[in-house]
Design a protein around this ligand. Structure first.
Ligand SMILES: Cc1cc2nc3c(=O)[nH]c(=O)nc-3n(C[C@H](O)[C@H](O)[C@H](O)COP(=O)(O)OP(=O)(O)OC[C@H]3O[C@@H](n4cnc5c(N)ncnc54)[C@H](O)[C@@H]3O)c2cc1C
Length: 453
């Protein structure tokens, strides 16, 4: 069982045969949460609801990985002896009615989804279906809500400053810490060693070529037929099973992590992935627990001469710091954050975000990459897409919608603080200034500019 490492974890029984884990498409880790406490042979519910997929022009790959991920977990759990009730349905409401008509005395046990009010909505749907629901803490994060809230109440520092939060997380988790309580290498943060542009002869590390099975191929074709999707549907580079996700993690650590540090902020036309982890979708779907990712990275740093501290600390800062921070900020800043717009920006999102039809090469390259794979790396998201939208005066909630639909790793809890706050300075809840830069920055950190206007 893998659990949060910062904060006390609730114990709760799952030994009663009518306590049934309900797994969402973002709870795909069999060693986390209610499923990890339920014995083989127990009943498990999974509802593949299709109506949400019709609400937006989602990227084809985003829908494919969620549905294929669920179908693979269903089969894996059945192989292990669980009685998986897998309902394909228009909506969660209809799926729940179908379930409780057959098993009226069951109590579903669901990990709290991080997106705003989703537990309330699920509770209402279960009530309408005359069923019972127990919502338990979401253990797919490293820190518990309670631990953050207690620290925030007691702390004299500003807890909505990422650096304060990150140092607290390092101390509490012991990651990259020395026995005397100082950070490994004496510095907390090597951000200033993460901003180089690679020399011309630098070859980016390979991206692992995942082999997809017939279930994923069938799901991919079904998604193309069934839904109005956006983006290329011919290749899929994202994991849908835990085995593939672990393969991707190991490949990142062995091949890509050594160069992650220095070139984290760089953008090159021929290298869509640079040395980034490419793990966001797997972590956000629950195929990987962020704690297992961090402990493997820390172990590799201590055992390998190839991994420098600026690489290990750089990626650990993103996962132990930024990802956890965003989740807590979102909890505290919602619902206002979703519509925050302190710069009073009301322009529509330019159509180039969908078509890539523009002479601005940085935007063209980035949007074409998103179209192909539902991905671009952090600096393209922040300094190309969000930067231009802020300069153009785009309404932040519109850009948030676009990210939600088009990225394979996008969920409301993570896009909202990243897009509206970090990207567009919507509220000032943790950002202290808008991230806007001129073409000089893009020219320094990329090869996009050349003779581009
Ligand atoms: C405008 C904008 C939109 C974004 N949209 C998303 C999104 O939809 N989903 C998403 O998960 N992240 C989002 N991010 C954060 C970050 O850009 C992505 O997590 C990262 O690019 C994913 O690629 P990677 O797996 O190669 O990560 P790497 O850059 O290699 O980082 C490693 C991991 O750290 C975590 N991480 C890094 N930065 C952040 C962050 N700011 N917030 C949360 N987690 C972080 C992710 O789990 C990521 O997989 C966004 C950032 C910005 C500025």
């Amino acid at each position: 069982m893998i659990q949060p490492a910062v904060g006390d974890v609730d114990t709760y029984p799952m030994d009663d045969s009518q306590s049934v884990p309900w797994l969402l498409g973002t709870h795909l880790h069999p060693e986390v949460g209610p499923i990890s406490r339920a014995d083989a042979g127990s009943r498990v519910l999974m509802i593949e609801a299709h109506d949400f997929a019709r609400r937006k022009f989602y990227h084809h790959d985003k829908l494919t990985i969620i549905f294929s991920g669920m179908r693979h977990l269903r089969d894996e759990l059945r192989d292990r002896g669980y009685e998986v009730i897998y309902i394909k349905s228009d909506s969660f409401g209809a799926g729940l009615k179908q379930y409780f008509a057959e098993y009226p005395d069951d109590e579903l046990v669901l990990m709290r989804s991080p997106s705003y009010k989703s537990s309330t909505r699920f509770r209402e749907l279960v009530e309408k279906a005359d069923g019972n629901l127990r919502v338990v803490p979401n253990e797919l994060f490293i820190s518990t809500r309670k631990a953050f809230d207690e620290w925030a109440n007691d702390s004299e520092t500003d807890t909505f400053r990422h650096e304060n939060f990150y140092r607290w997380m390092r101390r509490e988790s012991g990651v990259l810490m020395e026995p005397d309580g100082t950070p490994t290498g004496d510095e907390w943060n090597y951000d200033d060693e993460n901003q180089e542009f690679p020399p011309d002869d630098w070859e980016a590390p390979s991206v692992i070529d995942l082999e997809h099975d017939s279930l994923t191929e069938e799901t991919s074709a079904w998604v193309s037929d069934e839904f109005d999707t956006w983006g290329d549907d011919s290749t899929l580079v994202w994991p849908v099973t835990r085995k593939q996700a672990v393969q991707k993690l190991r490949h990142f650590i062995d091949e890509r992590l050594p160069d992650f540090g220095p070139y984290q902020d760089a953008m090159r036309t021929d290298e869509w992935a640079m040395s980034h982890a490419l793990l966001g979708s797997a972590i956000n779907m629950g195929l990987l627990h962020p704690w297992e990712v961090i402990t493997e990275i820390e172990d590799a740093y201590h055992s390998s001469d190839d991994i420098e501290l600026n690489s290990a600390e750089g990626v650990i800062r993103q996962m132990l710091g930024w990802r956890e921070f965003m989740r807590h900020v979102y909890r505290h800043a919602m619902p206002d954050l979703a519509d925050a717009n302190q710069l009073d920006a009301h322009n529509e999102l330019p159509s180039l975000y969908w078509s890539a039809d523009t002479k601005m090469n940085c935007l063209k390259q980035t949007v074409e990459g998103v179209d192909q794979r539902g991905y671009s790396h952090h600096i393209q998201r922040l300094m190309v897409l969000a930067n231009f939208a802020t300069l153009w005066g785009v309404e932040p909630s519109e850009l948030n919608e676009w990210f939600n639909a088009t990225y394979v790793d996008a969920y409301h809890w993570v896009t909202t603080p990243n897009v509206i706050e970090m990207g567009q300075y919507g509220e000032g809840v943790f950002a202290t200034k808008p991230y806007v830069a001129s073409a000089n920055y893009i020219d320094k950190m990329s090869d996009y500019c050349g003779d581009c206007a």
